[in-house]
Ligand binder design. Structure first.
Ligand code: SAM
Length: 472
């Protein structure tokens, strides 16, 4: 039976509840009165239930859809301003014992180059990432208890945090590794990780079992209950996501929101982030064989409806998406993007030779970080390299209360401007630097408190004198 408070996957991601939700949404997709009611509730900025959000997702009344997009844009502005947080993935190892049919790292793939970085290779990758200007990473590994045990991941995190090259530093390491035990999550927490990210891939159990035919990831319940174990292990920032294209997007959308409702109901805090990856071409993977691919219009609608349904949850967009698609959805609710990404193991320090490819998927946005930063500013966004919340202990519900208090403009905007200034001083091309400095001058005026403005000006001057790492 559907129960968001239950700890059992089949109760909080309840198939019958999802089917009824989809039916309800389908029946009400032209119901103006109900849609207006839901939109009015959404305007309170306290979020929506999965059922309400599913109606908005299905709605095909043109004028109401325009209202949905406008509201998503407004909510995004209210909570995240025009800031976009930057990160990069770092692939440590592509050894994997699973059989995920959409991923080229699956165990039966005998021709993909298998690589695992040594600590010395990680050091070189991190220096390359620091030299680009990155401060925040997402660690990625395949699942392989022999080649990538938790000890390897922990040692790698320690290595990453220890590297200080020129003015560079990785200040937040998020981790995207396979579902694991409470004990291992506790170890990750102790190692100082930021968010623990795990994509559900699909919430549809029957499809999940077919898409993950072999290996530990085949266990749907263990995978679906992973965030509960992570929270029990003390990680209060978790990142959810589905791989769009595997199953019907309406089903995934409802499942994703039910997962968020479950975490909120049990732990008092929903997911810190939601990612919206779409399946991509990769080594021996043809996305065309999956029947549920979504077009850019549907993708934009999903992003807008997630933004409205969970206003406090960050939303992440990767370089799986093209520049054009990124432009289209940024303003609808995305708060974090990657830039200059490589999805190969060891691809930052040395570009891979074509005969030793270890990439997880094709990257659509191949621009450098500097090009991405420049492009964002050209559209009026502030690229932010901020990692302050987690380092100040503002995780879980403490982060959410900052968001809800409306104090974010006195905190996140200054932090964004100060970390952008660091980037401009240390890594930017002349054109990016000129644009960025002008933007900072302009944006300082938008900090509400005079006292905070004054402190920011002092810190910006300090950054020019060579000092680093100021934060609120
Ligand atoms: N191995 C980890 C696990 O078991 O969850 C996750 C790390 S994996 C490197 C990161 C994510 O990439 C996966 O969760 C999956 O959603 C996504 N992915 C896999 N194959 C993909 C493809 N062909 N196109 C796009 N994304 C893909």
């Amino acid at each position: 039976m559907y129960d968001p408070k239950s700890k059992r996957a089949e109760d909080f991601i309840n198939h019958e509840e999802i089917m009824e939700t989809l039916d309800y949404a389908q029946k009400n997709k032209h119901n103006r009165e109900l849609i207006d009611e839901i939109l009015n509730k959404a305007r309170l900025r306290k979020g929506l239930s999965h059922r309400e959000a599913a109606v908005l997702l299905d709605c095909d009344l043109e004028d109401k859809n325009q209202e949905i997009y406008a509201l998503a844009e407004q909510i995004k502005k209210d909570f995240y301003g025009n800031r976009i947080v930057m990160f990069a993935p770092l692939y440590l190892s592509n050894y994997c014992v699973n059989g995920c049919v959409y991923c080229p790292y699956h165990a039966k793939n005998k021709h993909i180059a298998r690589k695992k970085l040594t600590q010395e290779e990680i050091r070189r990758e991190v220096i390359a990432l620091q030299d680009m200007g990155h401060k925040r990473l997402a660690l990625e590994t395949g699942e392989d208890p022999v080649n990538n045990p938790i000890e390897y991941v922990l040692e790698s995190i320690k290595t990453i945090y220890s590297i200080k090259h020129k003015n560079g530093a990785i200040r937040r390491v998020n981790v995207n590794i396979a579902a694991t035990t409470v004990e291992n999550y506790r170890k990750l927490k102790e190692a100082g990780i930021g968010t623990y990210i795990l994509f559900q891939e699909t919430y549809h159990k029957e499809s999940y079992l077919k898409l993950h035919p072999t290996g530990p990831k085949h266990d749907y319940d263990y995978h679906t209950e992973a965030m509960d174990r992570a929270m029990e292990g003390g990680i209060d920032d978790v990142g959810c996501g589905v791989l769009f294209g595997l199953e019907l997007y309406r089903y995934e959308f409802a499942g994703l929101l039910m997962h968020a409702e479950h975490l909120e109901a049990v732990f008092g805090v929903g997911p810190h982030t939601i990612s919206v990856p779409r399946i991509k071409r990769a080594d021996d993977i043809d996305p065309g064989v999956f029947d549920n691919g979504i077009d850019d219009d549907t993708f934009a609608k999903i992003v807008a409806c997630i933004r409205i349904a969970v206003p406090y949850t960050g939303m992440i967009l990767s370089t799986r998406e093209t520049k054009a698609c990124r432009e289209r959805v940024l303003h609808l609710g995305i708060s974090q993007i990657s830039g200059g990404s490589r999805t190969s193991v060891g691809g930052y320090d040395q570009p891979e030779r074509s005969d030793e490819c270890s990439e997880q998927f094709d990257v659509s946005d191949q621009r450098t970080l500097d090009e991405v930063v420049n492009w964002l500013m050209g559209m009026g966004y502030i690229p932010s390299f901020c990692t302050a919340c987690y380092r100040e202990g503002r995780t879980g519900d403490r982060f959410m209360s900052l968001c809800k208090s409306g104090q974010i403009q006195n905190c996140c905007l200054p932090n964004a401007l100060m970390t952008l200034k660091e980037y401009l001083m240390d890594y930017a091309s002349p054109d990016t630097k000129a644009k960025g400095l002008a933007m900072i001058e302009q944006e300082i005026e938008n900090i509400p408190k005079e006292k905070v403005r004054q402190i920011v000006r002092e810190h910006l001057a300090e950054i020019e004198r060579g000092n680093r790492d100021f934060r609120f």
